[in-house]
Ligand binder design. Structure first.
Ligand code: TYD
Length: 228
């Protein structure tokens, strides 16, 4: 078991909000301070979850099927990558996590939020993820019922601006091809998640220039004492 406490950080935002460069910059910043970093993403992060990702992003399916596949990928990712990394004391930087499911499947596709909450409880319950992780959560005083990020950085950008940034960038996947109204609902989904658990979120104004966005992100981490 590690003496260093693991940190679980997720990154969210609508497609085009520009989170990727900041996630890698944070990985460099933590590494420079001697922390071990696990950089990962959802859906995906394990061989099985990456196979599921390809289906989720490309194949048409009803919203329950999609949600079940997403949570199946998440459970595999938690048990094979995230839980062991947290038990080792790593900083886990995860490009999207469960808030994306509430925002995209719940908000965007209008799927039943209560059903998503049930799936979340099943997929993210820490028992069975290993003794070390349950112990780590206990040290943090976290409710052992549900594994959640310590911090979620939400890159908030208007759907119109995101669409401009995405235009012509690459061949869009199933979600990226959705109209602006879909992303308005996704953004509202994120806002609703923040309202339910404001202490877990840092909202970043992603409409600023890239350097200003980075300095906002960096300030969040120095403010928490996680980076100097
Ligand atoms: P994204 O994270 O934007 O990766 P890339 O930058 O490689 O496109 O793509 C993942 C897509 O999956 C994104 O459109 C949001 C969607 N998604 C969901 O719909 N639900 C989820 O629970 C997650 C994690 C992602």
């Amino acid at each position: 078991m590690s003496a260093v406490q693991g940190l679980f950080i997720s990154f969210e935002g609508i497609d085009g909000a520009g989170k990727s460069t900041h996630i890698s910059a944070l990985a460099d910043a933590f590494t420079a301070q001697g922390r071990a970093v696990t950089l990962t993403r959802e859906p995906g992060g394990t061989p099985l979850a990456e196979k599921l990702r390809a289906m989720i992003l490309n194949d048409a399916m009803d919203a329950l099927t999609e949600s079940l596949l997403i949570f199946a990928a998440r459970r595999d990712h938690l048990s094979c990558v995230i839980a062991p990394a947290l038990a080792r004391g790593d900083v886990v930087l995860c490009d999207r996590f469960t808030d994306a499911t509430f925002a995209y499947q719940g908000g965007g596709r209008g799927f039943d939020l209560e059903m998503l909450s049930k799936l979340e409880l099943w997929a993210q319950e820490p028992q069975g993820l290993g003794h070390d992780l349950v112990h780590e959560l206990g040290k943090k005083g976290a409710a052992p019922a549900l594994l959640q990020p310590d911090l979620t950085v939400w890159f908030d950008l208007s759907p119109e601006e995101a669409a401009k940034r995405l235009a012509g960038a690459r061949v869009p996947d199933k979600f990226e091809a959705q109209p602006v109204e879909f992303f308005r609902r996704v953004a509202q989904g994120y806002a609703n998640r923040l309202a339910l658990d404001p202490g877990r979120f840092a909202r970043i104004d992603a409409s600023q220039a890239r350097e200003a966005v980075w300095s906002s992100v960096h300030q969040v981490f120095t403010g928490k004492g996680w980076l100097s």
